[in-house]
Design a protein around this ligand. Structure first.
Ligand SMILES: Nc1ncnc2c1ncn2[C@@H]1O[C@H](COP(=O)(O)OP(=O)(O)OP(=O)(O)O)[C@@H](O)[C@H]1O
Length: 533
């Protein structure tokens, strides 16, 4: 590891390792700077958009350093994906999690405590880091001078103000408090942190502000076309149900894509292409099953459901099928090869899913949290090519979700328990409502580019003011609010910039306003804020 010795150390050739070990041709903008800061031994906070390549920012430094890097990861699937990918390229990596056999665990620990561990990266859960035995072992590795750094992936899970709050993440404060002689450098990474969550990450982990290097990329993804599809509210007398209305609209949208593809590459060539992948996010398991079945009955679509009610084998199978390269198109059940391959999923399918070829992500109803929305829509276009995010929205759905969130908070209050525990849970409930409030702002605003709106809602500009480093190409050197107001900050990659304010307002106008319940929820947030804010 680089240290501040008298002799100048030779800087490692990062490009060499990028090509040789990771088999990538070049760094993405900002990746090199982040990796250099990590290698130099700084505490690093990186907030980068989904699919930026955050993992490389701790994997490459781990490969070129002596000693062990501990990686904290919240999801087994995410951990397994990364470990398998690293093993496939010959990196000495291990994981200890609930499915690691005892004998294997012992071998990993023996290596860790050997004084010269062969393992470069050890992936663990935050819960394991809470146990006395693991902490004792890590302290020994540290005393032996072999604990190089700690990487905390999905660091937003640390905050009660975050959408994926995980109490065990808060206990990660132990690293800075106990492993302090010398302090072990920490790298915290996330795609979705609001200003309050960022402040919690930095404070709880005890990152050293004087030596901390901050980096960020814009939270909105330039290659994603963001669009809200406004639906009319449903009336008992209507001949068509809201579900049918959405199915009709989605099918019409997909047919238009199919027509454009056939016009571009020819109706004979199109069926030989692998199907276009998409995800439709729904709120309920039952909806996921029903909608998958309904879409699958269409000739141009093959669809499958994914939710937490499936067996773990089924989920692993679907995820593996989904993330492996698409096979040549095949007919099944007498159907011609599908043009679209769709997974209809609940939010059990989200964080860390890395299929580079997803072309569209649809939210069947308004997402329940803004950070969740950005994570989920960020599954699209991970190869950098054009992709789309659609959200179906009307005020009835908006109020139904607002009502559910209010009831969740009431349940927490009525459940009782120690006062500080209830206060913590209520704080998290308030954070959820505030996050939902941002979803509503995102969907109902018709006067601003959606890319700019996402950056506003995540407080990207605040990070800039804190001295965060960004890729040089961001905003072309000027913030969008300082650019020519007639230009599109996102290069026409959202419905506002494409249709203009009046076109969008007209489309939104078809949706009836019904503000009563939503307004009530906002009042409640304000009350809670007075108590806990
Ligand atoms: N320099 C690079 N060149 C080419 N591909 C890269 C580069 N860096 C990372 N990738 C690839 O980009 C993909 C996304 O990387 P990764 O999973 O680390 O993203 P992430 O930033 O953690 O995203 P998310 O927050 O959405 O999970 C991976 O397939 C990875 O191999």
């Amino acid at each position: 590891m680089a240290s501040s010795g008298g002799l100048q150390q030779r800087k490692p050739d990062l490009e060499f390792y990028l090509h040789r070990v990771f088999r990538k041709t070049s760094f993405r903008p900002l990746q090199r700077e982040v990796i250099a800061a990590v290698v130099e031994g700084h505490d690093v906070f990186l907030q980068a958009s989904t699919s930026f390549g955050k993992s490389l920012c701790f994997q490459l430094p781990a490969v070129i350093s002596n000693g062990l890097t501990i990686v904290i990861c919240p999801l087994l699937a995410l951990m397994t994906d990364q470990v398998n990918a690293l093993q496939a390229i010959g990196v000495p990596v291990q994981t200890i999690n609930s499915s690691t056999p005892l004998e294997e665990r012992r071998l990993i620990m023996d290596d860790m405590l050997s004084g010269h561990p062969r393992t470069r990266l050890l992936y663990v859960t935050p819960e394991l880091c809470q146990t006395d035995s693991f902490r004792r072992n890590l302290s020994t590795v540290h005393r032996q001078g072999q604990l190089t750094r700690i990487a905390i992936d999905e660091a937003h899970c640390i905050s009660e103000w975050g959408h994926d709050f995980r109490p065990a993440y808060q206990e990660l404060s132990w690293f800075r408090k106990d492993l302090d002689d010398p302090p072990v450098p920490i790298t915290a990474l996330t795609a979705t942190a609001t200003p309050r969550v960022r402040s919690d990450i930095i404070t709880i982990l005890g990152l050293n502000f004087a030596k901390l290097k901050l980096f960020n990329t814009p939270s909105a993804r330039p290659n994603i076309h963001y669009e809200v599809r406004y639906l009319q509210n449903y009336d008992e007398d209507d001949d068509i149900s809201p579900e049918d209305l959405r199915v009709q609209d989605l099918l019409a949208w997909l047919k238009a894509i199919k027509r454009r593809q056939e016009a571009r590459i020819g109706a004979d060539t199109a069926p030989q292409r692998p199907p276009m992948s998409g995800i439709v996010y729904v709120g309920l398991r039952a909806t996921s099953e029903e909608l998958a079945c309904r879409l699958d009955s269409e000739e141009m679509i093959s669809a499958v459901a994914y939710h937490a009610g499936l067996t773990s084998q089924d989920r692993t199978r679907i995820q593996a099928m989904w993330t492996s390269p698409q096979p040549p198109p095949q007919s099944s059940d007498g159907k011609p090869p599908p043009t679209f391959s769709i997974i209809v999923a609940t939010n059990a399918f989200g964080m860390g899913i890395d299929n580079s070829q997803v072309r569209f992500v649809v939210h069947w109803t308004p997402p329940r949290s803004f950070e969740g929305f950005v994570q989920e829509s960020g599954r699209a276009g991970r190869d950098g090519r054009a992709a789309a995010s659609l959200v179906y929205y009307n005020t009835q759905e908006r109020d139904r979700i607002a009502d559910r969130l209010m009831r969740d908070a009431d349940n927490v209050r009525n459940r009782g328990g120690p006062k500080s525990h209830v206060a913590g849970l209520l704080k998290n409930q308030m954070a959820r409502r505030e996050s939902y409030q941002k979803v509503v702002r995102y969907c109902e605003t018709v006067t601003k580019c959606r890319h700019a709106l996402i950056k506003d809602l995540f407080g990207d500009y605040e990070l800039e003011e804190m001295g965060s480093q960004q890729p040089p190409s961001v905003y072309g050197g000027a913030r969008p609010d300082r650019l020519d107001p007639s230009a599109s900050p996102c290069d026409y990659a959202c419905d506002f910039c494409k249709e203009g304010p009046s076109g969008l307002a007209k489309r939104k106008g078809k949706m009836q306003a019904a503000d009563a319940l939503y307004g009530f929820m906002m009042d409640q947030i304000n009350d809670l804020r007075e108590d806990y804010g």
